[in-house]
Design a protein around this ligand. Sequence first.
Ligand SMILES: C[S@@+](CC[C@H](N)C(=O)[O-])C[C@H]1O[C@@H](n2cnc3c(N)ncnc32)[C@H](O)[C@@H]1O
Length: 264
Amino acid sequence: MSRLQEIIACPVCYKPTVEIPVQCEACLNYFSQEVEKMPSLIMDLTPSAVLGAVEQETANTKPLRTELFRSPIIPFLYERILPPIWAVGLRNLGGIDTEFRLVTDFFGQSGTIIADISCGTGIMARRLALSRRYKHIIALDYSELMLAQLQQKMKIDGISPSQITIIRADVEALPLASNSIDAIYTGAAMHCWKDALEGIRNIYRVLLPGGKLFATTFLKPFPNIVFRFFSVSELEDIMLASGFKKDNVRVEARGLYATIWCIK
Ligand SMILES: C[S@@+](CC[C@H](N)C(=O)[O-])C[C@H]1O[C@@H](n2cnc3c(N)ncnc32)[C@H](O)[C@@H]1O
């Protein structure tokens, strides 16, 4: 049995692939078919896809800050426009390359499985895969079009589907088994989620004891017009309310950008 079969789980009952037949009959058909798409196709493991219920989708309507990334224009423009803007300091001086160094310093260099949650076009997931420091990357995002960009860019970068598993997923109902992931990266994402506390609670649930979370997001006084920005103390409160212990949480602000290090 592969480690991925123990990790990828139904987003309704949180049981991994190997336990589905007895634990989750309601979603057995869809879930098991979808998992067969591995490694080359994108799986849709959002709760509404698994339940096949349009009413559920309506009940869980996402705000504009989430839905924006499902429109064709944002995924197309994302990496074509933003990286140079980030690099001049909006997202750490040096942008995504600086963030990559911070992430790999924190995660260390071992045979771990990393999840990039809200991976978008996979700007970090691809770097992590190309570094060949980690055994496998699981890239998850709510936007099917951001994930389609990731797939295209993997081909250009020469990254094989066996290096990155791509899953459409909702951070508030992660299709990952509890206590299963060594390390999680979620970059520039919390301000786009409907409910950041529920997202981090899910992340805490799926991390192994001792597992690491590296997160970044933007801060107030950016106004909450579309996105929902935080103060440093709000971010600390979210991490503590999700289960992380005070001594294992560090939040640092650089300009309007926050970097968060947590250990479960
Ligand atoms: C600003 S982008 C960040 C992308 C990438 N992590 C980066 O560092 O550039 C935010 C991403 O969060 C995703 N997102 C928003 N709400 C989500 C949710 N509920 N579950 C999973 N991903 C979500 C969006 O689809 C989008 O790709």
